[in-house]
Design a protein. Structure first.
Length: 302
């Protein structure tokens, strides 16, 4: 395998990137149901303070004939060209906490070399843990929260958040390979598969992006702005409900999916994150006392 060094360019000195950050990843390409990953990348780059620190070589990784870049044409001449990008960014969440964001196209070629390059960057920046997301269509209703399947080696996330734990074979993507290699090294990693209603898989479903952000927050403690997405989701669901209300076949479909979903969740309940080791949920007074203790331990400037 060729040296992964030649697969990317550094655009910011390593010494200026803090060590021990979370790495968040989402690559567009295969099985992006509800455009979850596309929305996630676009939203974070638009809403957060980001600086590009690593740029991957698109000519080495991208099949241009399968995913053609956009050319802008104005009557009789070309005015612009927008190449597809795959980059690593230094970003800050809503509270100013820095983290690393890997976003862009999923490589078509040289997966092993790309994975080696990311592993090299993980070591270079002393990455604390890696969290990634993708989304697949599933026979679930839009009237219930989007569930997730969690993979990786972070058992606390798997036990508390994974609603579906299949034993199956499935087409892999580049981040599956990265997770596999990271797990071999004992690096903390978690992959979130969003289970998006199959009849909304070809839409731009804002709730899918919200669930992706919430999953990342659960794994990292990072905080993201979601107000615009939630507003967009209310408008989106209103249109879906209008279509369902006017179509008896859709009503029967959604009703059947609701019944199956509720039956499955009743038989496979997730433990509450508030439960203690005895399976008991603390009282409101206990929670309030713990909150007061936590606030008292914080400095004024925090």
């Amino acid at each position: 395998m060729r040296d992964p060094d030649g697969l990317y360019d550094l655009s910011l000195e390593v010494a200026r990137v803090p060590r021990g950050l979370h790495l968040v990843a989402g690559l567009t390409g295969f099985a992006d149901a509800g455009s979850a990953v596309t929305q996630l990348g676009d939203y974070l780059l638009d809403k957060l303070e980001v600086r590009e620190i690593v740029t991957f070589d698109a000519d080495a990784l991208l099949d241009y004939r399968a995913r053609r870049p956009t050319i802008f044409f104005d009557q009789d001449h070309l005015t612009d060209y927008t190449p597809l990008k795959l980059s690593l960014y230094l970003a800050k969440d809503e509270l100013g906490q820095p983290f690393l964001l890997l976003t862009g196209f999923e490589p078509d070629f040289q997966w092993e070399r790309f994975t080696s390059a990311v592993l090299q960057l993980v070591e270079r920046y002393g990455v604390k843990d890696t969290t990634w997301v993708h989304a697949i269509p599933m026979p679930v209703p839009h009237t219930r929260p989007i569930g997730v399947t969690v993979s990786g080696n972070r058992l606390e996330l798997i036990d508390s958040l994974s609603v579906w734990k299949p034993r199956t074979q499935a087409p892999g993507n580049a981040l599956h390979l990265l997770e596999y290699r990271l797990s071999e090294l004992g690096h903390p990693t978690a992959g979130f598969v969003l289970l998006v209603p199959h009849y909304l898989a070809d839409t731009e479903y804002p709730m899918a992006a919200i669930t992706a952000l919430e999953s990342i927050s659960a794994a990292t403690g990072l905080i993201f702005p979601t107000e615009q997405l939630r507003e967009d989701n209310r408008a989106f669901l209103a249109k879906v409900e209008d279509q369902v209300a006017g179509n008896q076949e859709l009503q029967r479909l959604v009703g059947t999916l609701e019944t199956r979903h509720d039956s499955y969740m009743e038989d496979n309940p997730l433990p509450s994150p508030l439960m203690d080791e005895r399976g008991e949920i603390p009282s409101a007074d206990t929670i309030a006392a713990e909150l007061e203790k936590f606030l008292a331990s914080r400095h004024d400037d925090e």
